[in-house]
Design a protein around this ligand. Sequence first.
Ligand code: NAD
Length: 298
Amino acid sequence: RQALIGFIGLGNMGAHMARNLIKKGHELVVFDVNTQSLNELAKFGAKVAESPADLASKTQNIITMLPSHPHVNEVFLAKNGILAAVQKSTRCIDCSTIDIEACKRIAKLCSEKSIYFNDAPVSGGVTGAENATLTFMVGAQKEDFEVIKPFLECMGKNVVHAGDVGHGLAAKICNNMLLGISMIGVAETMNLGLSLGLDKHVLAGILNTSSGRCWSSEVYNPVPGVVEGVPPSKNYEGGFQSGLMAKDLSLAQNASVETQSATPMGSMAYNFYKQMSNQGFFKKDFGYAYEFLRTKKD
Ligand code: NAD
């Protein structure tokens, strides 16, 4: 069933996801604070809204894909936010990676207005967004999951019911903590190997057929030129920003404090990416961990 869908947040991920919904025959009304991103989606056939409130007045299906919870709070709660003009029974699906408690707060405010709010963060990176092969981790009641699943299937390959509201984020935050840790591990390993005189392709090939193999070594190796087409081979542009990885690791730290769980590697990884972003590399893809650690001989 084709629908009119509102989409807010047309960044590295959202722009591709919105395009895939249009390709699958849905009509889109979009909003972003960046007018260039809006114009590009308009060229692709989307209608442009003037604000989140304007968008909410036009549709009862809204997807958001924003950097973090302050942005999601603003889009929902500001004077011209979604809740200012939302229609009863609207379904809001937030695909951003945000704090679990912030998600639950917005979900509660939505339910007080008889609006559905579900978390559906994603994994799969910009390539997954472009090729509609994302994994969605959904926090929803079972019956709500069944209703929103067809929309998510237009943008992804795996749509998984993780549990109730907040559980999609819990799964996503755990995954990204492991990803952040493993990327640093691969970056320091590749740097050590190259410093020992190994060829980057030979070393990556050996790791990827040995017990050190992981997604960060095989699919998204951080050394430029090892895997063609990924952000590390494109000057670390256009992928998953180091600043957003630091944000995800900070969410894992919030969750570890909340649940009294020890996450020694997670906290080290958080500090590593925070240092990288504070030193001017916020926007660089998180594979920049390799360049940050690279032994520079001059
Ligand atoms: P991005 O920074 O490229 O895009 C965010 C978009 O939101 C931008 O276009 C920005 O202009 C817009 N925006 C910000 N504030 C806004 C507001 N108040 N109103 C309207 N629009 C606003 O980020 P991204 O890489 O697309 O990531 C989005 C989310 O997905 C993040 O939570 C991130 O952690 C998560 N994520 C990213 C990746 C990745 O590989 N990039 C992978 C999985 C999950």
